[in-house]
Design a protein around this ligand. Structure first.
Ligand SMILES: Cc1cc2nc3c(=O)[nH]c(=O)nc-3n(C[C@H](O)[C@H](O)[C@H](O)COP(=O)(O)O)c2cc1C
Length: 524
């Protein structure tokens, strides 16, 4: 025995390395069957898998140029990070964009900017920028709602995001007077710090789910009664990254807490089918919306990615005929994000935001319905100039998902579907999310929203307007090659926007239905 120990202790360090590598080589050649490269090139074949796994990080840090990456390039991410931290988010020496490039967008500035007086709401608060329309006003819902911020947190559930991330977003929207859309996973305690909430559900009906997996109106009524900070309800038809694709939430991910919040059994797989059980055609959907609005008193809207228009036309005709229908429509672009989706869906199914929204708005406008609906847009719109373009096309509010995630520390690692998010934002791992300090991160989200609103107000003033709802299609141009070929939006997308009735910022500030922290006494 002593001899063996002596022999082993006399082996030098490089001898151990050699033994280790020999064992790996034996395993590669004789025992593993799944990797041909490792079999054919024992030991060194592993380098390929390792290099492949760190490729995205290497490209992001060293190789890709500032404007190259997708979904968000370095300049875009840097702007969000700097804005969220209230750091210098300017750039020096002029733009590094090729402003003559195809599809580049220009905002036509006025000869002299819009001037605000000393008592103007934006002199007092440069970040005051509420929605110019009241959600639910046309349909005379019992509890109409004017979002107090034009930028808000888009649907992302507790389950796809960590508890600490949801808490940070929720506390942040409260500071920034915005609303927080719950996403499909139900209303969790992390969504309930008192800021405005839009309750969102899809075909899984999580949080308002009956025993048979369908929709429970009783649960819906109770949820709204117990949580007065819920200001509107959004029925999800589809999202840009995976329209028409159902999903399975694996039992392994359903902890006791998630099971209670979603109203499902812990540890058992749960199916979100592609279709709703509560309705199977457009007239039934309108009826469903009306029943929820009647039972809860809240405005009710729908969220969808846009492709074919036939069923939307049917919806518009029903709205015209009956005077009923959704109070708001959230249009998600095909470029939208997700916790997990097959690339074939994310890359190809549904139209990019400008085309999808343009088609839908045009349809509702020509039917004379655009004033009745509050249009909400999502799909990489969390940048002030892009938002100005979206307002010119007819939106009233913006929802942001990934931009909000970045403001609280997401580094675009693009591993939301693996539960290994390094920033702790999109994971259920307790260890990874423990790095998030919700108090600090909520300030970051709030600061990003405030900076966004301040810059959007400044762009609006530069174009000669008081509120971005006043942007018209011909205020924005898109490069289709040389200047003589650049086209204003109305000529590119072939419609003119319906003017939004707007009196003044002061008028919005005085509105009884204004959300956020402005009217707490009236709405509590
Ligand atoms: C992690 C994650 C989870 C999401 N969960 C939902 C969801 O539950 N329901 C939904 O309709 N959209 C969901 N989305 C889509 C977003 O709400 C949003 O529509 C889309 O990402 C476009 O916005 P963005 O470009 O600002 O990210 C999710 C997106 C992400 C990144």
């Amino acid at each position: 025995m002593n001899n063996v120990m002596d022999f082993l202790s006399n082996i030098p360090w490089w001898g151990w390395v050699l033994i280790g590598l020999t064992l790996v080589a034996i395993r590669d050649v004789f025992f593993q069957k799944s990797h041909t490269i490792s079999h054919n090139f024992p030991v060194i074949g592993h380098l390929r898998y390792w290099l492949e796994s760190i490729g995205p990080e290497m490209r992001q840090y060293f190789v890709a140029n500032n404007r190259e990456e997708l979904p968000f390039n370095r300049i875009e991410r840097g702007w969000i990070y700097a804005s969220a931290k209230k750091e210098n988010n300017y750039e020096g020496f002029g733009t590094d964009r090729d402003i003559y490039e195809h599809q580049h967008m220009f905002i036509n500035n006025a000869m002299m900017p819009f001037q605000i007086g000393k008592d103007h709401p934006n002199t007092i608060d440069k970040t005051f920028l509420p929605c110019a329309k009241v959600i639910g006003a046309f349909n005379k819902r019992k509890k109409p709602f004017r979002p107090a911020s034009v930028i808000n947190v888009s649907a992302m559930s507790f389950g796809s995001l960590s508890a600490k991330a949801v808490e940070s977003l929720n506390k942040g929207i409260k500071i920034a007077d915005a609303y927080h859309n719950t996403g499909e996973g139900g209303l969790s305690p992390y969504h309930s710090h008192g800021g405005d909430v839009v309750f969102h559900f899809g075909t899984g009906y999580f949080g308002v789910r009956a025993e048979d997996g369908g929709f429970s109106m009783e649960k819906m009524k109770q949820l709204v009664k117990e949580n007065p900070f819920i200001r509107a309800i959004e029925v999800k038809l589809s999202q840009g990254a995976k329209p028409g694709k159902g999903g399975v939430l694996p039992g392994a991910k359903i902890t006791k807490e998630i099971a209670t919040i979603r109203g499902v059994e812990a540890g058992k797989d749960v199916l979100s089918p592609p279709n709703h059980k509560a309705f199977s055609n457009v007239p039934e959907m309108v009826d469903f919306i009306e029943r929820i609005a009647e039972a809860t008193g809240l405005p009710v809207g729908i969220k969808a990615a846009i492709g074919k228009l036939e069923q939307w036309e049917e919806l518009a005709d029903i709205m015209l005929k009956t005077g009923k229908g959704p109070d708001f429509i959230t249009v998600d672009g095909g470029e939208g994000g997700t916790g997990a989706a097959p690339p074939s869906f994310a890359d190809h199914v549904s139209l990019p935001w400008v085309y999808g929204f343009g088609n839908l708005y045009k349809l509702f406008k020509y039917k004379g319905l655009s004033e009745r609906i509050v249009f909400i847009g999502s799909g990489k719109l969390g940048f002030p100039a892009k938002a100005a373009m979206a307002f010119a096309m007819g939106i009233d509010c913006i929802n942001v998902a990934r931009e909000a995630m970045m403001s609280i520390g997401c580094i675009q690692a693009q591993v939301c579907h693996t539960n290994r998010c390094p920033s702790g934002v999109a994971t259920q791992s307790k260890w990874l999310q423990n790095g998030i300090d919700p108090t600090l991160k909520s300030e970051r989200l709030a600061q990003y929203f405030k900076t966004f609103k301040k810059e959007l107000v400044e762009i609006t003033h530069a174009a000669g307007y008081e509120h971005p709802c006043q942007f018209k299609m011909n205020d924005i141009e898109i490069n289709v090659d040389d200047y003589n070929l650049s086209k204003e939006l109305d000529r590119t997308f072939m419609y003119k926007k319906t003017p939004v009735p707007f009196i003044s910022m002061q008028n919005l500030k005085d509105c009884l239905y204004l959300g956020g922290n402005y009217n707490k006494t009236q709405t509590d």
